[in-house]
Design a protein around this ligand. Structure first.
Ligand SMILES: NCc1[nH]cc(CCC(=O)O)c1CC(=O)O
Length: 301
């Protein structure tokens, strides 16, 4: 190539590590000597004192990267798929996903949720983690917890909170193999797309095929299934929702959970079949039909 491939990313330590994984995969697939990493600062990175849901949601992570892609400043952008909205600009395509990492959440600070003392303070700003924790332990006090992974672990170390939850995938990628205890997915269903790194390009660009070369089809199928569910739920970033698709042979199994914000009510479901988008839509309709009104009103926009 005359010009090196330019990969846009956020600048957090996790984002840079993830961009490095994508760069390595592209170099290996195409025999390139190098790939340029272009750091784009996002609103989500700058605003650290409020919940993501409160200040405008997932678009905060993607808007500036989308702009750089549309302006031709980069050839592709790397995202945590968990942070990518279900509706994307028509000009932008999700070209590929790397093989998904550990999908589970890890509990940090104590070994089990039950080991937390009565009324203990737990830090998280994820509506899903908050609702799932409160469902089992309504006595806990959940406080807003943002910042990058190191900031959060620092707040834990100073005793500001008794425990926190973080995605195993992010901890592993940062080399924190021994931080926290993984919670099995039947106990705590992860966020849709947790653990998956996606790469976007312009839908109409030579970069699309170059990036498609590193796609992990199993991961893509599962993530698109979970995203179809989210889209059909019309979930916002305020809506506590867990979802996990797994592929077995030619089949896909999709499990999901919707909760009220305080975890007092919830609805779960599982569906199996062969077409991910259909499964996502069917399970969403089933869950909404069975959900108590208190859950249902958190969905639909
Ligand atoms: N919302 C922030 C975010 N986006 C992706 C990850 C972790 C990596 C992943 O899920 O792929 C995290 C941190 C966390 O939830 O612990």
């Amino acid at each position: 190539m005359a010009q090196r491939f330019r990969l846009g990313t956020r600048g957090s330590p996790l984002a840079l590590t993830q961009a490095g994984l994508v760069r390595d995969a592209l170099m290996a697939a195409h025999g390139w000597d190098d790939v340029d990493i272009v750091v784009v600062s996002t609103t989500g990175d700058r605003v650290q004192d409020r919940a993501l849901a409160e200040i405008g949601g997932k678009a905060l992570w993607t808007k500036e990267l989308d702009r750089a892609l549309l302006a031709g400043e980069v050839d592709a952008c790397v995202h945590s798929m968990k942070d990518v909205e279900t509706i994307r600009p028509a000009e932008i395509a999700i070209a590929a996903m790397l093989p998904r990492a550990d999908v589970r959440d890890r509990l940090i600070g104590v070994d089990t949720v039950d080991a937390l003392p009565h009324g203990a303070v737990v830090g998280t700003s994820s509506p899903r983690r908050r609702a799932q924790l409160l469902r089992h332990r309504p006595d806990l006090e959940i406080v807003l917890f943002r910042g990058n992974i190191d900031t959060r672990l620092g707040k834990l170390a100073t005793g500001e909170v008794a425990a926190t939850l973080l995605a195993a995938a992010g901890l592993e990628r940062l080399g924190r193999h021994d931080t926290g205890v993984a919670i099995e997915t039947h106990v705590m269903l992860p966020a849709p797309a947790q653990g998956a790194i996606g790469i976007e390009t312009l839908a109409d660009s030579p970069a699309l095929a170059l990036v498609q070369a590193i796609d992990c089809p199993t991961t893509s199928i599962c993530i698109h299934t979970e995203r179809a569910l989210l889209a059909a739920l019309d979930a916002s970033c305020h809506s506590p929702v867990g979802a996990l698709a797994r592929r077995e042979g030619d089949g896909i199994t999709l499990a999901a959970e919707l909760l009220t914000e305080d975890g007092s009510e919830h609805v779960t479901g599982v569906i199996a079949g062969e077409d991910g988008p259909t499964l996502g839509r069917e399970l969403a309709a089933d869950l909404l039909a069975r959900a108590p009104a208190s859950v249902r009103h958190l969905f639909g926009g």
